[in-house]
Design a protein around this ligand. Sequence first.
Ligand SMILES: [Zn+2]
Length: 99
Amino acid sequence: MALHPIHGTCPYCQHPFNETPSRSFLGFQKISCPACNENLTYPLSSGFRTTYRVLVIVMILILLVNLLQGRIGFPGIIGIAMCYALFHDWKLRKELNFD
Ligand SMILES: [Zn+2]
């Protein structure tokens, strides 16, 4: 999954840029502003978002099946990290008015 350049404006110094992001932990797109070097975090690329959504749904189904059998499941660190990533992604897209 290659990352595409992001055309945006730095919220710190208002400098417009067209930079190719690097990928951070959990798949967020990271850019450092070419003018002020401030680190900007952009939402997940769509491949990561789709993967997380599918995995979270599968995880919820597994937890439900466990519950129906009288066992209490626990999503685990990876499950929690994916939920966090989706939530953080949703917040970023809301803030940035990303599509
Ligand atoms: Zn800047």
